[in-house]
Design a protein around this ligand. Structure first.
Ligand SMILES: [Zn+2]
Ligand SMILES: [Zn+2]
Length: 160
């Protein structure tokens, strides 16, 4: 992503549009049971961005969710069509998690890891070169150096 270039995305009815003003940090696929129910599909793909780089246009509503692990999050939807645009996980300080497939050029953001593959649908085959984790993973060992550095510096700025 070049400087001054934004990523764009939208809901299915077009009422909500958004921009991401800086390169996202990381993209992951999750096969856990919660993500299956939320998406009504086999897995979700999420892209993590710094929370000051997501600019939403249009009306969104939110609801608080509790994961099987007990972790809480806020899910944000288009008020008209219900497209799930992003999540604010309580544990992900300074970050928001955008539903990757709502991006206009989502094909440019393939999952960098697949997590909770213990719950992966048995008929779904992942290729050998895909990085998989049975459950969670450690971002410090998995994220690109550049993303870790940028996130670390942002945490210092927001003092968390
Ligand atoms: Zn909509
Ligand atoms: Zn999940």
């Amino acid at each position: 992503m070049k400087k001054n270039e934004s990523l764009t995305g939208r809901c299915i009815c077009g009422q909500v549009k958004y921009r991401i003003t800086e390169k996202p940090l990381f993209t992951q696929a999750c096969h856990c049971k919660d993500c299956k129910i939320i998406t009504g599909s086999s897995y979700v793909i999420n892209t993590s961005v710094l929370d000051n780089t997501l600019i939403i246009e249009g009306n969104i509503s939110s609801t608080e969710l509790k994961a099987g692990s007990g972790a809480t999050s806020k899910a944000y939807f288009c008020t008209k069509c219900g497209t799930y645009i992003y999540t604010d996980y309580a544990s992900a300080v300074g970050r928001l998690t955008v539903r990757t497939k709502t991006l206009d050029n989502s094909e440019s953001f393939p999952p960098q890891v697949h997590i909770f593959t213990k719950d992966k649908d048995p008929w779904l085959k992942l290729t050998d070169d895909v990085i998989c984790f049975e459950k969670m993973y450690d971002p410090k060992k998995t994220w690109p150096e550049e993303s870790l550095k940028r996130y670390g510096e942002y945490l210092k700025v927001i003092n968390k």
